[in-house]
Design a protein around this ligand. Structure first.
Ligand SMILES: [Zn+2]
Length: 220
């Protein structure tokens, strides 16, 4: 049976990211999720928000059929070189128990340019290189057409990928409703939830965003 571990930075990355593929892989095998931060920046210190985001992450993961969620509870925005091998060590310990054949993370530019995302992409790549029992690493990519709509985003939003540029296109039409429901589970991020849902619905209706998810793949 295929075992997949997702390595993401924030509670909601699984939903806004490759949630259709997560639901599909959970249907066909087992999926585990490692969330490196608690989704709250250190200066904020709102214990209530940390709790809510944790609940939302568990709710969303349950909808997608994720078997178990591991939260490493780093502060949002604090992932950097100093924490590289510390986080790698914690993740490797979890992976050793699960023995996954597949990892899923963000493509190298973090999809949206968020540095926490880029950190996760780099450490997942390192873990893949060092642990031969992992056979595949899937890098989630955003379709180029969708990234072009983000040109006024508050930070630099890297261009996404065309269908020709990626290695795998996953048909998620069967899991579309689960994707939508997992996004809706993140109500503390209401603004993002509404923006993304409107975009997905409009994009699907006008056919520029089919029910598909893109990945670059490393294999051995
Ligand atoms: Zn994120």
């Amino acid at each position: 049976m295929r075992k997949t571990v997702c390595i993401f930075a924030h509670p909601d990355d699984e939903a806004f990211g490759p949630s259709g593929t997560i639901a599909k892989f959970a249907d066909e095998g087992e999926v585990f999720l490692i969330c490196v931060t608690n989704g709250n920046d250190k200066n904020n210190g709102e214990r209530e928000l940390i709790k809510i985001r944790d609940q939302e992450l568990h709710e969303s993961s349950k909808i997608l059929g994720v078997k178990k969620v591991y939260c490493l509870k780093y502060a949002d925005g604090e992932l950097c070189n100093n924490k590289y091998h510390e986080v790698v060590g914690k993740i490797e310990k979890i992976l050793k128990k699960i023995q996954p054949d597949t990892l899923i993370t963000f493509e190298a530019r973090g999809v949206s340019g968020h540095i926490d995302h880029m950190f996760c992409s780099m450490i997942a790549s390192y873990i893949f290189r060092e642990n031969r029992y992992i056979k595949r690493l899937l890098y989630f990519c955003m379709p180029k057409v969708r990234s072009l709509l983000m040109k006024d985003y508050f930070i630099y939003f890297p261009p996404g990928y065309t269908k020709k540029e990626v290695d795998i296109v996953v048909d998620i039409s069967k899991y579309w409703n689960l994707k939508i429901e997992s996004i809706k589970a993140h109500q503390s991020q209401k603004k993002d939830v509404e923006r993304v849902l409107n975009l997905l619905r409009l994009g699907n209706f006008l056919r520029f965003l089919p029910k598909e998810e893109y990945f670059l793949v490393l294999k051995r």
